[in-house]
Design a protein around this ligand. Structure first.
Ligand code: ST9
Ligand code: ZN
Ligand code: ZN
Length: 332
């Protein structure tokens, strides 16, 4: 049974008018001809070969400062996705003052996952139509498709049709995100690619090959894959303590790489919680600590969290009986 087919609406037909779309269930994985985007195939292929080459250079020729620099940037740019695009802009789980918005926009640019505006549109669509054809990375089409395959083909027409109906007024009226979109090309060129290559060469005399493959490409493609794992692995493997009828699952391995974003069964049930997990999960949730720190200095405020009784209530009604950590209880 498709996750969003609780009502008995018929599947969507091509001739359905825009105003009727919202009321209709999106098809889960209808017959589809993939239109491969070859330039993406080449750039993602090059990026992944460089990821491996960068890892090799780290164990052989790269300077230790370059390796440390790359990993610090992995964490910082990761926060640009998790605390910025995801928890702040896509879900509005907390509010941020201007200095934090600017910092997150720059960290988000360092991670370059399209503009935050496009990221938010796709992500709101993902939550609204999870694992149907209107979800940009529909996991019912397979692990590879939900991981990276969806970026190598033209988007499904349901994504584009329904995406136009997603309310983005808050994002479009955000001056920091409008700035990012307006200057996307120079910003991304400078922040994502030039700056991380030049810093190691200028400050500690790293050579171009090591700086480019370790600090720029390994660092960038590593964070891309950590993000992709949330769409693939966390929609495939793990327990479902909160809602057993959906694919998103509690995946601790993913949380480890994705700065706390792997508690995905919880997140799909309570997307408005700034922790994206129950409190007990915070040991694997550095993004929550990041937001807590900025709340402490007053740059983040109005942090939203689901009350414990609401969580417990939901678990007992629709969960699979597994524990907070997603293991143990179910098998006892
Ligand atoms: C990248 C994506 O960055 C990463 C996203 C990851 C999301 C993860 C979420 C995970 C959960 C949170 C946890 C975070 C954990 C983080 C851990 C960190 C440690 N609605 O796009 P086009 C319109 S990849 C409405 O060309 P095609 C669009 O506006 C890296 N409309 O579609 C346009 O209209 P117009 C960098 C939509 O041709 C038209 O359609 N990025 C929507 O099908 C054509 O748009 C890249 O490499 C929508 N949703 O191509 C780029 N979407 O003409 C990759 C589109 O009027 N993308 N439209 O302006 C592409 O090359 C292409 O988008 C494509 C599809 C080939 C995939
Ligand atoms: Zn998801
Ligand atoms: Zn989300």
């Amino acid at each position: 049974m498709p996750p969003n087919s609780a009502n008995s609406e018929p599947l969507l037909h091509d001739e359905v008018k825009e105003e009727q779309l919202e009321k209709l269930v999106a098809p889960q994985a209808g017959p589809r001809k993939f239109q491969i985007v070859y330039p993406n195939l080449i750039t993602f292929g090059y990026g992944h070969i460089s990821l491996l080459y960068g890892a090799y250079l780290m164990f052989t020729f790269a300077k230790w400062q370059t390796i440390v620099f790359a990993h610090v940037m992995i964490i910082l740019s990761g926060f640009g996705i998790t605390a910025g695009a995801h928890r702040l802009w896509a879900h509005r789980t907390y509010k941020a003052k201007m200095p934090l918005q600017i910092l997150l926009m720059l960290l988000n640019t360092l991670a370059f996952q399209n503009t935050a505006m496009d990221w938010v549109r796709d992500h709101r669509l993902h939550h609204k139509y999870s694992d149907t054809d209107a979800d940009p990375h529909n996991a019912t089409r397979g692990f590879f498709y939900s991981h990276v395959g969806w970026l190598l083909v033209r988007k499904h027409k349901e994504v584009k049709r329904r995406g136009k109906l997603i309310d983005l007024s808050d994002i479009e009226n955000n001056p920091v995100l409008s700035f990012q979109k307006k200057y996307a090309i120079p910003l991304v060129s400078l922040v994502t690619f030039v700056m991380p290559t030049v810093i190691p060469m200028y400050f500690w005399g790293e050579n171009l090959t090591n700086a480019w493959h370790v600090a720029t490409l390994y660092r960038y493609v590593f964070v891309l894959n950590a993000t992709f794992l949330v769409n693939s692995a966390a929609h495939y493997w793990g327990y479902k303590p909160y809602e057993k009828s959906i694919l998103p699952s509690q995946n601790h391995f993913v949380s480890l790489f994705a700065l706390g974003e792997g508690f995905h069964n919880y997140h799909h049930v309570f997307p408005w919680d700034y922790r994206t997990a129950e409190l007990g999960n915070n040991t694997l949730n550095p993004t929550t600590k990041f937001i807590d720190f900025f709340a402490w200095i007053g740059w983040a405020y109005d942090l939203k969290a689901v009350p414990e009784d609401m969580i417990n209530n939901r678990k007992s009604r629709t969960g699979d009986g597994s524990s907070l950590w997603g293991w143990g209880d179910k098998d006892q």
